[in-house]
Design a protein around this ligand. Structure first.
Ligand code: SF4
Length: 89
């Protein structure tokens, strides 16, 4: 399971991320090139754009499931309850 504390700074903000255990196997970039790309400086994959459609979300999830080192994470953000500010759960 990906570790949010090892989340690479090169990921864009948002729920999907790659952590520092990536071994640069290329699988996620092949599966979802709109979401993942190689950061040449660190030699690992990062999320360069968060999914914005159900199809992209499914591809990002497929990459997450298929990553051989479980380096892809997805932080589920709690939805704010009706009538409450977004920062209170
Ligand atoms: S599938 Fe996993 S190990 Fe392979 S490049 Fe993507 S994040 Fe790295």
């Amino acid at each position: 399971m990906a570790n949010p504390q090892d989340r690479l700074n090169q990921n864009v903000r948002g729920p999907f991320y790659v952590d520092a255990s990536c071994v640069d196997c290329d699988m996620c970039r092949t599966t979802a090139p709109e979401i993942f790309r190689r950061d040449e400086e660190i030699g690992m994959s990062v999320v360069h754009r968060q999914p914005v459609s159900p199809d992209e979300y499914a591809l990002a999830e497929e990459a997450l499931q298929g990553c051989p080192t479980e380096s892809i994470g997805h932080e589920k953000q709690p939805l704010p309850r009706e009538g409450q500010p977004a920062n209170k759960v």
